[in-house]
Design a protein around this ligand. Structure first.
Ligand SMILES: [Zn+2]
Length: 390
């Protein structure tokens, strides 16, 4: 390698995306060992941005300057050999007295985080995913999702703190944001705080740093519609209509549409949708709200409870048709889990397709697409029912 190769190209700004495939780069600290214009340079732990997919590394500007500097020093000394170990920056940015674990190298070497003011504010701090479930089940905090991997932790109307999940399922928040939390909350967060994995590429990064909003998959859109609906219900009734448990959240994160139309896939897809979008409703919470509205929740399942709540607050009379996709999903799961037996499953499946407005010979992917789209639309309509008159 020639020394001139190390000079950043004019006008080229190193970003978090691979120049080859456009994928996200991770920060890592490998060994640098190269002949640079006749000087053998060996550096342990030189920060590099790496694309796993292309197996390609990119040197951030500060790493390039470090090599150039070492080359210059060696030239001055008349030496043709450099052998050094780079020390990590390990800088404490302040902001809070709670001893969060983070890596100041992330702030310094991940593109887009450095600012001329508030040094260290945008340092990523990493947490176990469980931290979100705890906030979700807290009575004072809510989690609001813009997709399955990007959202806000909220309290009241004033406080909201963005978070994201990276590809390894770790939760990321900014150090400066965390410091705005009450001190006891910070200690609580600290208990789920883990070492950085230096992987920050996520919808969170795209939205927060690049102001880039990717088109959502229909699964992410549905998850967001659900979250918006739950938020509207909380604002109106002061009660959380649903919770995410570990299993359900895991399912939502990993969930994709069907690839093949097999019996196994049919069961998997409809079971998953059912668990996330129907079974996660808190039947007790729905029952309590229904009682306060003067209705009797006894012997009613969550779909019926939800429907009755909506009917008693709605000024429109088409709640049954808005709720239809919930019943369709339920029936679809029953039909698929008993298909082939003589208990009317074929009939049930036929009725599902009719209610979705599909042809009788529609396959799994069409049925799935229609269910997901119509459920999203139902959630949106239900949100406006809840929001109207508040
Ligand atoms: Zn790549």
């Amino acid at each position: 390698m020639e020394l001139t190769d190390l000079f950043p190209e004019k006008g080229e700004i190193q970003r978090l995306y691979c120049q080859n495939c456009g994928g996200n780069l991770d920060l890592r600290f490998p060994e640098f060992h190269e002949d640079v214009s006749g000087i053998n340079i060996h550096i342990m732990g030189l920060p590099e941005l790496f694309c796993e997919k292309c197996n390609t590394g990119y040197l951030p500007d500060d790493s390039r300057f470090a090599v150039i500097y070492l080359h210059e020093q060696a030239t001055k000394k008349g030496s043709n050999l450099v052998n050094v170990t780079r020390n990590k920056t390990n800088q404490n940015f302040g902001f809070t007295d709670v001893p969060f674990v983070y890596d100041s190298d992330d702030y310094k070497y991940i593109p887009g985080l450095k600012r001329p003011f508030d040094e260290g504010f945008l340092t990523p701090v990493f947490f176990n995913k469980e931290v979100l479930l705890k906030y979700d089940s807290s009575p004072t905090y809510r989690i609001s999702f813009a997709s399955t991997t990007y959202g806000d932790i909220r309290q009241g109307d004033e406080f909201s703190m963005p978070f994201g999940l990276n590809k390894n399922g770790k939760v990321i928040m900014w150090l400066g944001d965390i410091a705005r939390l009450p001190i006891n909350e910070q200690y609580y967060l600290r208990s789920e705080n883990i070492d950085s994995d230096h992987s920050i590429g996520s919808e969170f990064y795209d939205g927060q740093i690049e102001c880039k909003f990717t088109d959502h998959s229909k699964e992410d859109t549905l998850f967001q519609c659900r979250s918006d609906f739950l938020e509207s219900c909380f604002k109106r009734f002061g009660v959380k209509f649903a919770h995410l448990d570990d299993e359900v959240f895991e399912m939502a994160l990993e969930f994709n549409g069907p690839i093949v139309d097999t019996e196994k896939e049919r069961r998997h897809v409809t079971d998953t949708l059912n668990k996330i979008y129907i079974e996660s409703f808190d039947n007790n919470a729905l029952g309590e709200v229904l009682s306060t509205l003067g209705e009797d929740p006894k012997n009613l399942g969550s779909n019926k409870r939800l429907q009755k709540i909506m009917e008693s607050i709605a000024s429109v009379d088409d709640i049954p048709s808005i709720m239809c996709p919930f019943y369709v999903l339920y029936d679809l799961r029953v039909a698929y889990s008993h298909l082939g037996s003589k208990d009317g499953s074929e009939e049930r499946l036929k009725s599902v397709k009719e209610r979705l407005g599909l042809e009788a010979d529609s396959q799994l992917n069409e049925i799935y697409g229609a269910v997901v789209e119509q459920l999203s639309s139902s959630y949106t309509q239900l949100s406006s029912v809840v929001n109207s008159g508040t």
